[in-house]
Design a binder for this molecule. Structure first.
Ligand SMILES: [Zn+2]
Length: 220
């Protein structure tokens, strides 16, 4: 079991970052992060769900695995100390700082189909994370396709499991400026859908921008 510690601040300063990008509300982002580099995701305005997938850049058939991550750490939530593992059980990234304190591994990504089933038939046309993931992986340079989409992490999203084992989508516990930071343990491709969902409280019914910051491997 990994020992997890919530609410740990980072010592990294944004002046020493090598990359900074704002991802607009409802938009997607795809980028390679080299082994040893550190990535921070900032919830700029608070209560924003950030649906995220990771793949090994060397072989994209090796990807983030919720099951391997959860079973090895013995905890369903992610926070500082969590090691994100691949479907081969290998460490992919380690969460090194987290000022939010809880991130979801179980809720999955919203899709036009699930919007229709959960909310209303008229919601089908609404933009959803699965669409954003598909747009992100459409460029052949990433060597990814529709069949590579797997259960994702929802950073900043609050999906508590009740004592009866039920999943509930609750109001976020994140606030403006909260962040989560992780060090890549291998070269990874990161795919983010900055969730456009308007029908449940995961974005406080108001999707907002996030910021992604990357530091070179020498920053630590
Ligand atoms: Zn979504």
């Amino acid at each position: 079991m990994t020992s997890l510690q919530t609410l740990v601040e980072s010592s990294l300063k944004t002046d020493s970052a090598s990359y900074r990008e704002t991802v607009k509300a409802g938009d997607y982002w795809i980028h390679e992060i080299g082994a040893g580099q550190v990535m921070r995701i900032v919830d700029l305005e608070g209560n924003q769900a950030v649906d995220t997938l990771f793949y090994s850049a060397a072989d994209t058939s090796e990807r983030y695995s919720a099951i391997d991550t959860i079973s090895r750490q013995g905890d369903i939530y992610l926070t500082t100390g969590s090691i994100l593992r691949t479907n081969l059980g290998r460490p992919m990234l380690t969460i090194t700082a987290d000022t939010c304190g809880r991130h979801d591994t179980l809720g999955g990504a919203c899709a036009t189909e699930s919007n229709q089933v959960r909310y209303a038939i008229e919601k089908r046309h609404m933009h959803a994370c699965r669409r954003s993931f598909l747009l992100a992986v459409a460029d052949p340079k990433w060597n990814l396709s529709k069949r590579d989409l797997a259960p994702n992490i929802n950073f900043f999203m609050n999906v508590p499991v009740t004592p009866e084992g039920r999943l509930t989508f609750e109001d976020g516990i994140s606030e403006a400026g909260k962040y989560v930071e992780m060090r890549a343990e291998m070269d990874v491709i990161c795919v983010i859908s900055n969730c456009p969902q308007l029908n449940n409280p995961c974005n406080a019914y108001n999707p907002t921008p996030i910021q992604v910051v990357i530091w070179p491997s020498t920053a630590r």
